[in-house]
Design a protein around this ligand. Structure first.
Ligand SMILES: [Cu+2]
Length: 645
């Protein structure tokens, strides 16, 4: 019903706004807007923007202000473009306690920070469906690590980093029986619990490990943000479904006037852990990482996690009552204001961190939920933003004293002033924005020049492409008193959330090649003279080298039907921007894409006799078409000996 209402609302809106935008008004005049987003040939964009791929499972990298798509980073889904999740070197990245998972739903990119400011080292992003957090290395724009989150269902409120990446935090959207067990779903209130997970990040190499989980009442935890400055030691999590309903949540989880923001003192958690308050629990989860020496991913299976129970840890968590079914929770650059997006609320409630501390000191509680004290709303509230648009979801900051909130239902961005809470500007978007992104907009030092609206619906904005229309981002200039739309650009998958950073912070660390000398992949072939084919029982290992414009060897005989053929391809190039590809006819796998100095392996199991061509898939030189070879496959019983040249 709600969905139908939303759709018809969107139809009405789109017809209204279509008229508006042809008559101009909120869009900057065309010439002015075009100048502001035009990046001349040979010139670079000012920002890198990292957009989540949503149900596509990847991260796409765009330039701002041009909106040009640079790259799709393979993260949680197999990607035939790069061979990620198909090559033997990358398959372990997608291992989980549920087996090999080739897909996920990625939502929140989050840049690593130093002193509360994005530092360009890593990008973290969550997988909702099979709960995981990935770390992407921004030297190479490759996924470096993926850690699974046990005791979780729908890893939505994640990953959000503390000021110096002390922790990457994650909360469970769906509460579940912990440990997982066979119970009636109707026993939700007795058996279902949530978890808040704190992942430790090694400051030198970024290695992630789960430090602890906090067991919390069985609500739906939605989003999170770490504190900063004075609130550095705290993290904040929104929750809905304080009714603890387990069916028809659209109605049954919208009954209470207020749900909660959970405020967690993670410094105190560390003290309780040191005192031995943590309990080890048996569980299974995977930690997969890409070894930079061997350029090969490895999986570690882990079998226990440390759990803190708030019952044993007084002062660890407080609930801040928050109207109504809050979605986003965002902390302003000063660290004092905690803004909640009550998606069914008529105001935006802003909590005060200093008032919260005072209320805790005075034990100004109105009750408790499973032993967790509930603070008095009036005692912790700093102010309420009135008339913020319908369906306020997410807020980011420009660093100049203003906040910007998306209103999903009324399809607009609303600008308001911190401290006075007055709305000073609003601009329609096309249509239904979820998150928004200002470069550094959730940090201590926003680069408050642009805002990206990440829209869910694009009806009427582009040439129609069938029932599935492309999803969309819109670039808005926020340098003046009035916001101005500069550009629409389509996105890959759902542009759920994005983060952006000045390009010069990342470009100086850019990795151009893998040094062949340092390639410790056990299957590397570092010179053509070592290229060879070896049989081990029914396994055949082909050690191939690729260089402009040939493979060595390029004629291979003696392979039989039923063999497991591993092609280990080493790209001998040491020039930037000369990857080679490898594909073989009839393969039910993908291509390989091999960077200069790298080795990658693909498994091929020929099913029929014949002669199979293989070739380079990445156009590499004037004689790229000549970069080819043949594999002869004989019957399983034949005596054809292995030979190659
Ligand atoms: Cu080539």
């Amino acid at each position: 019903m709600k969905k139908i209402m939303l759709i018809s609302f969107a139809v009405i809106l789109s017809s209204i706004t279509f008229v508006n935008c042809t008559q101009s008004g909120e869009t900057a005049n065309d010439e002015e807007a075009a100048k502001k987003v035009y990046v001349a040939p040979g010139k670079y964009d000012e920002f890198y923007a990292f957009l989540s791929g949503g149900f596509n499972g990847q991260v796409s990298v765009y330039g701002l202000p041009s909106g040009r798509l640079f790259k799709i980073i393979s993260v949680f889904s197999q990607n035939p473009e790069t061979g990620y999740g198909y090559s033997e070197e990358t398959k372990p990245m997608l291992m989980t306690s549920y087996g090999y998972i080739p897909w996920d739903d990625a939502h929140h990119p989050e840049l690593s920070m130093t002193n509360g400011v994005p530092d360009g080292r890593w990008l973290f992003i969550n997988a909702n469906n099979t709960c995981r957090v990935a770390r992407i290395d921004l030297k190479s724009f490759e996924t470096a690590e993926i850690i699974e989150i046990p005791n979780s269902g729908g890893n939505h409120g994640s990953p959000f980093v503390t000021e110096n990446n002390e922790y990457v935090i994650a909360s469970t959207r769906f509460s579940v029986p912990i440990p997982e067990k066979d119970v009636p779903i109707s026993s939700y209130k007795e058996n279902f619990k949530g978890t808040l997970t704190f992942i430790k990040v090694d400051p030198h190499n970024g290695d992630m490990s789960i430090a602890f989980q906090i067991l919390v009442p069985g609500l739906d935890y939605d989003l999170a943000h770490a504190g900063k400055g004075p609130s550095h030691d705290w993290a904040f999590f929104t929750s809905y479904n304080s009714e603890q309903a387990n069916s028809l949540l659209e109605i049954n989880a919208s009954k209470n006037d207020k749900d909660f923001v959970a405020a967690v003192n993670w410094k105190l958690a560390e003290k309780y852990l040191a005192e031995g308050k943590g309990k080890k629990m048996q569980t299974t989860y995977y930690n997969n990482f890409f070894d930079e020496k061997t350029l090969t991913a490895k999986s570690n299976k882990i079998t226990s996690v440390t759990i803190l129970n708030p019952k044993d840890c007084p002062g660890l968590i407080y609930y801040l009552p928050t109207p109504k079914s809050p979605h986003g929770v965002d902390v302003d650059p000063s660290g004092e204001y905690i803004v909640a997006g009550g998606k069914l609320s008529t105001v935006i409630p802003v909590h005060s961190f200093s008032k919260m501390l005072k209320a805790i000191e005075k034990k100004d509680f109105i009750g408790d939920k499973d032993g967790i004290p509930i603070l008095r709303y009036e005692s912790v509230i700093a102010g309420e933003v009135e008339n913020p648009g319908l369906g306020p979801l997410h807020t980011e900051f420009d660093g100049k004293g203003y906040a910007y909130t998306t209103a999903f239902i009324t399809s607009e961005i609303v600008k308001w002033k911190l401290g006075t809470w007055e709305v000073v500007d609003r601009i329609p978007t096309y249509y239904s924005p979820g998150h928004l992104c200002i470069p550094g907009g959730d940090s201590k030092n926003p680069w408050g020049k642009y805002l990206i609206a990440l829209n869910k619906i694009t009806k009427d904005r582009y040439l129609p492409t069938g029932p599935e229309l492309c999803q969309s981002a819109q670039l808005i200039d926020i340098t003046g008193d009035k916001m101005k739309i500069l550009l629409d650009f389509p996105t890959v998958g759902e542009p759920h959330y994005a983060q952006a950073i000045p390009a010069d912070i990342i470009m100086k660390n850019n990795q151009r090649i893998y040094e062949l000398e340092k390639n410790e992949n056990p299957n590397a072939t570092k010179s053509e003279k070592y290229a060879r084919v070896e049989r081990k029982g029914d396994e055949v290992h082909v050690y191939l080298t690729a260089t402009r414009s040939h493979f060595k060897p390029d004629n291979i005989e003696g392979i039989k039907v039923g063999d497991k053929v591993y092609f280990h391809v080493t790209n001998l190039e040491q020039d930037w921007d000369i990857p080679h590809g490898f594909a073989v006819k009839g393969s039910n796998n993908s291509e390989l894409l091999i960077m200069p100095g790298e080795t990658k392996t693909i498994l091929w199991q020929p099913q029929q006799e014949g002669v199979y061509p293989f070739y380079c898939t990445d156009f590499c030189s004037a004689l790229h078409q000549e970069m080819q070879g043949y594999v002869r496959v004989s019957s399983a019983k034949s005596n054809t000996k292995i030979s190659f040249n």
